[in-house]
Design a protein around this ligand. Structure first.
Ligand SMILES: [Zn+2]
Ligand SMILES: [Zn+2]
Length: 283
């Protein structure tokens, strides 16, 4: 469990990793040390209130956890970075959707009507037996804007990343504690890299798409993902406290991940490789 670097009694923000794998679930034995589920990250406040980022297959276990510990699941907020399947595929299995006492708001950069249609579309027949319109939970849809969305003392702002079909990162800030979730981003477009740098400045925890190694990158340029080397460069420049390598390539088994992490740590010692079922805390 890589918990570190903050008063364990009451960290301002806790980040829980429910899915860390990019592109496709890979529950093969060699990958299970880091995890085979696709992206889902939960940010939890000391009060227990939470914010959910992405609904990859990891969101299934989060839904089970929420029903056990927080029922009814009122006022859940799910922020989607984009709609590639690895970030959405767990949604039909997110059990809070099936309880009528639960209320869930989905947030994305798309207009509200588009967001709703996209979510309906992935559960349309013949892809899934339960139609989106029959889900029991009370659902709302919201479009993020240029201004932060405020929930009590938490501000969540968004910024555009470089990715096919577009993706948005999120910066979560509470009482000076900052978590930045920046997955599905390819470095190299200066304006986008600068936006990400601005968002990442001073972060306690920066979660960064490091799918490829620098050796693999040249044959994957344009696929919309980064490398651990770009991650450590950004972490240093933006003076973040903890760097989390995320969106692990399906072909990177635990041994490969350990090598990647060891190499990244020679550049930025406070680096972690996101691991399903673990958490990190801010100050
Ligand atoms: Zn992805
Ligand atoms: Zn993607």
């Amino acid at each position: 469990m890589p918990d570190s670097g903050g008063p364990s009694s009451s960290p301002s923000l806790q980040v829980k990793f429910w899915g860390v794998r990019g592109s496709i679930p890979t529950p093969t034995p060699g990958n299970l040390g880091h995890g085979g589920n696709t992206p889902c990250v939960e940010v939890v406040l000391p009060s227990g209130e939470n914010f959910i980022f992405d609904a990859g297959t990891g969101v299934r276990n989060l839904g089970i956890h929420l029903l056990k510990n927080r029922c009814p699941c009122d006022n859940l907020n799910v922020f989607l970075t984009h709609f590639h399947w690895d970030h959405l595929q767990g949604l039909p299995f997110f059990l809070p959707l099936y309880g009528k006492a639960n209320t869930i708001t989905f947030h994305s950069a798309r207009p509200v009507s588009q967001l709703r249609e996209i979510l309906r579309g992935q559960m349309a027949t013949p892809y899934f037996p339960v139609h989106f319109d029959l889900l029991a939970a009370e659902m709302q849809f919201a479009q993020i804007t240029g201004k932060p969305t405020t929930f009590g003392d938490v501000d969540i702002s968004s910024f555009a990343l470089t990715h096919p079909e577009g993706a948005n990162g999120y910066r979560i800030e509470r009482n000076g504690a900052i978590v930045v979730y920046a997955t599905d981003h390819e470095h190299g477009i200066p304006s986008a890299d600068e936006r990400l740098f601005d968002a990442a400045q001073g972060a306690d925890i920066l979660i960064y798409d490091a799918q490829f190694t620098p050796d693999e990158y040249p044959t994957h340029a344009g696929w919309g993902h980064g490398t651990w080397l770009e991650a450590v460069k950004l972490a240093k420049r933006a003076q973040v406290r903890q760097l989390v390598l995320f969106h692990h390539d399906p072909g990177h088994d635990d041994e490969t991940m350990d090598e990647i992490l060891a190499e990244a740590r020679t550049h930025f010692p406070n680096t972690f490789a996101a691991t399903e079922g673990t958490s990190l805390v801010t100050r």
